[in-house]
Design a protein around this ligand. Structure first.
Ligand code: 1HE
Length: 266
């Protein structure tokens, strides 16, 4: 049985990274193939997200060209055995783990096709900003395959099992606005404005205390997955840890001394 083809020890390929102070912008950079995810690209993402530069506090993930991502590179699928398929899916799970549960909050900026494995990748991010051109699909159903990059867990959590089943059984697609309404993205913006919005959000998130971002990325999803008894206990422990941190104390004091901004709505 062969392991997936790309060499994990090689450098990053098919992604382009731009550093803007504390924010890194990671571009999927295979526009001629609509940023289809071949092994090399998937392992490059895993490698970069597993060891990001120290200065980086938040990441924007986006795609070059007309589409965010066309999903799995179908040319790599043709000659795979059943066992290789299982291992391949597990390799995607490993690759997306450091995106969802790594050190850094990730804002995905979406446009054009966000389909199949592209949607699975977007679902591993913490915030999704969709430009008006975005459309979502899970064409695995019509290609005779199943999702393998974590969608059963992550996409079903975002939109529910019934909607995901519909997307796969019937080929139903969602546009940007509908996708926003059902939970595929938290933001919808006009075409061409996604990157600015994503960078702005990433900068804001980077200003949070590290413990707040840790609690949101690592504790909240686990609490949501546990039963209520364990969930309330975990919440109490996380609350105590966060409150006890110097960063929280400084921010609370600033508010009480009228040095911090009030909550405003628009
Ligand atoms: C590809 C891929 C790909 C494009 N694998 N080569 N994903 C899909 O089923 C989606 C397949 N792609 C499409 O439906 C369309 O390409 C798009 C709607 C995304 C974009 O359309 P368009 O007209 O802009 O581009 P195009 O002309 O279709 O594609 C340009 C090139 O990219 C062309 O190659 P070329 O050599 O002829 O120029 C395409 O073959 C190539 N290309 N998409 C390989 N996906 C872990 S399991 C996850 C399972 C899945 O993700 S299944 C869903 C796969």
């Amino acid at each position: 049985m062969r392991a997936p083809k790309a060499d994990r020890s090689a450098g990053v390929a098919n992604i382009h990274v731009e550093l803007q102070d504390t924010v890194a912008i990671v571009h999927l950079a295979r526009p001629a193939k609509r940023n289809a995810l071949n092994d090399e690209t998937v392992f490059s993402l895993e490698r970069w997200f597993s060891a990001p530069p120290e200065q980086v506090k938040a990441v924007v993930l986006t795609g070059q060209g007309e589409h965010f991502c066309a999903g799995l590179d179908l040319s790599e699928l043709q000659n795979r055995s059943v066992a290789e398929g299982v291992l391949h899916s597990r390799s995607w799970h490993r690759a997306f783990e450091p995106i969802e549960f790594g050190a850094l909050p990730v804002v995905a900026v979406l446009h054009g096709a966000v389909v199949g494995g592209g949607l699975e990748l977007a679902a591993a991010a913490h915030i999704r900003v969709a430009e008006a051109s975005t459309f979502y699909a899970l064409p695995e159903g019509s290609r005779g395959i199943f999702v393998g990059g974590g969608a059963s867990v992550r996409v079903s959590r975002l939109i529910g099992v019934a909607r995901m089943m519909d997307m796969m059984m019937t080929g139903r697609t969602y546009g940007a606005d509908e996708g926003g309404a059902i939970g595929l993205s938290q933001y919808v913006v006009p075409s061409g404005e996604g990157l600015d919005k994503g960078i702005k959000l990433a900068r804001q998130i980077a200003e949070n205390t590290p413990l707040t971002n840790f609690a949101l990325m690592q504790a909240l999803p686990r609490i949501a997955d546990s039963g209520p008894a364990a969930g309330y206990l975990l919440e109490a422990l996380m609350a105590g840890v966060a409150q006890g941190d110097a960063g929280a104390k400084e921010r609370l004091t600033a508010f009480l001394e009228k040095r911090a901004s009030k909550v405003t709505h628009r």
